[in-house]
Design a protein around this ligand. Structure first.
Ligand code: C2O
Length: 538
């Protein structure tokens, strides 16, 4: 194992997309940001220096951060943000993980432009459990707004209304040729006939689950969220914000150009967003004038296409990489996740009301002191540990807004306490108070097993009988289906304060977030390590 040093300078950079230019917050002037490479067991030190007017923090999404919550990154959860002019060194060791993850800003809406790939290679000399690819290519999907993204969300929060949807999706920073701004080409993926490539596909979009497909080629899925899966072939993948997917693609044509398409997956009836980002798979030796073989992206509400993909995901569950699903459960939790409407006298545009989001009817209030500090140093008055483990109100989700559910929310900075090493089953239930919505829910500090999912109300008597406890996919971000539920299991073997939230940034901003407090264990390696001396202060 090695120590790897990175310097991340947070700087503004004028960037042109869709024929207009705006200053964006970047790392080292790049959009998407630089790729961070490490091997399993390496220690990574990233010195982040803030040269912009915003407070910043950076999250290494999916890195377990065993005992090192101080390096996790969510502002006011595990650290105070880095103020303008200051630096902080994120110092963490990658233990027992290899694969593709992402890093991103974890404050305000800076993630829109502050994100990049985090590639963890296996230990030196250890092969992949699939044929070695000729080359590896990062494919980062994101969104682009013509206006400043901070003003987009500020405007939404003061009006009480939903924010504007993005003006384009992007593949490696580019929307691809767009009708009214055709001068800009898109990302080109050069391939040689007969060779196999590993695509490390990352959804860094703020608010959109996406379909991804390539004309004329099948994808063999080998890994998601930096965990190996049983390989399977597919035309289309579905990927939620925060998720990553590794796919092998064999260039089995002689020549030609083939369209690569990333398009929205959203089965909510209230949201419409038809923008498709495109790139080109380009065989070497193909003339620039050759026309591109096209492909039709699935319709936006192609739930069945998404389900087919998600249901195909299984842990590799080999001798080397066994699935270790907790079988005996200490905490049996059910969290409702959803949107609601609360009064807001100052929200003129919203007619005196605003959209809110909640988990078990609690709209999370961001503290002004970091929760991990408050926990470790016993600072009282920052949070309470009375987060409800089950819905406080009965709900009945039957395909439309639930008639008899009380979705009024209370505000609070409430945590749910877990004893070190206890086992957890958590069912996440969408409640479509306004309308059913997808929720890609991300848990910090852990991987979990996605043991079951379904539509309608979760049935605690019947549904667990159908759980996959043998080879369920292991991930860090699970898609709660629109108007349905997803069940996950994990063992609380990482002490600290760990954020759980919807990875649709707008839902997080509205309050769809909470945190687990995991106690220290009694053993020598079972406590949160002391904080680094340069930890920013609030
Ligand atoms: Cu990728 Cu808390 O986020």
């Amino acid at each position: 194992s090695r120590i790897r040093h990175y310097k991340f300078n947070v700087v503004l950079k004028n960037t042109t997309r869709l024929c207009s230019t705006k200053p964006i917050v970047t790392i080292n002037g790049r959009f998407p940001g630089p790729t961070l490479y490490a091997r399993e067991d390496d220690t990574v030190l990233v010195k982040v220096t803030n040269h912009v007017k915003y407070n910043v923090s950076v999250h290494w999404h999916g890195v377990r951060q065993l005992q090192t919550g101080w390096a996790d990154g969510p502002a006011y959860i595990t650290q105070c943000p880095i103020p303008p002019g200051q630096s902080y060194v994120y110092n963490f060791t990658i233990t027992g993980q290899r694969g593709t993850l992402l890093w991103h800003a974890h404050i305000l809406w800076l993630r829109a432009t502050v994100h990049g790939a985090l590639v963890i290679l296996p230990k030196r000399g250890v092969p992949y459990p699939f044929p070695a690819p000729h080359k590896e290519v990062n494919v980062i999907l994101a969104e682009w707004w013509k206006s400043d993204t901070e003003s987009v969300i500020n405007q939404a929060m003061s009006s009480g209304l939903a924010p504007n949807v993005s003006d384009a999706h992007t593949i490696n920073g580019h929307p691809g040729p767009v009708a009214n701004c055709s001068s800009q080409g898109g990302f080109t993926l050069p391939v040689e006939s007969g060779k196999t490539y590993l695509l490390r596909i990352i959804n860094a979009a703020l608010n959109e689950e996406l379909f991804f497909k390539i004309a004329g080629h099948k994808l063999t899925i080998v890994e998601v969220d930096a965990t190996y899966v049983k390989p399977f072939k597919t035309d289309t993948i579905v990927i939620a914000p925060g998720q990553t997917t590794n796919a092998l693609i064999t260039a089995n044509q002689k020549s030609g150009k083939y369209l690569v398409a990333a398009s929205p997956f959203m089965d909510s009836p209230i949201a419409v967003d038809n923008l498709t980002a495109t790139a080109t798979l380009h065989y070497s030796g193909t003339l620039a004038t050759t026309s591109t073989t096209l492909t039709n992206p699935p319709p936006q509400n192609a739930t069945q296409v998404a389900n087919n993909f998600i249901n195909s995901l299984k842990s590799l569950n080999s001798k080397k990489f066994p699935a270790k699903v907790p079988l005996k459960i200490d905490h049996n939790l059910l969290f409702t996740v959803g949107l609601g409407i609360n009064p807001c006298p100052t929200c003129k545009a919203g007619n005196g009301s605003r959209v809110v989001a909640s988990v078990n009817n609690v709209t999370f209030v961001m503290p002004t002191t970091a929760l991990l500090q408050a926990h470790v140093f016993n600072i009282s008055g920052v949070f309470t540990t009375d987060f409800p483990g089950n819905p406080p109100n009965t709900f009945n989700f039957s395909g439309g807004p639930p008639a008899n559910a009380s979705m009024a929310t209370t505000n609070g900075t409430k945590l749910y306490r877990l004893a070190y090493n206890s086992t957890v089953q958590l069912v996440l239930q969408d409640t479509g108070t306004i309308a059913p919505e997808n929720h890609p829910v991300h848990l910090h500090g852990y991987n979990f097993y996605s043991v079951g999912r379904g539509v309608g109300n979760y049935n605690p008597k019947k549904d667990p009988k159908k759980f996959n406890l043998v080879d369920p996919v292991e991930r860090n971000t699970v898609g709660v289906p629109s108007g349905g539920w997803a069940a996950i299991r994990f063992q609380a073997d990482n002490p600290g304060v760990w954020f759980l939230h919807c990875h649709l940034e707008v839902h997080t901003t509205w309050g769809l977030k909470m945190a687990f407090l995991v106690d220290n264990g009694k053993g020598p390696n079972e406590s949160v390590l002391p904080p680094p001396s340069d930890l920013p202060k609030c």
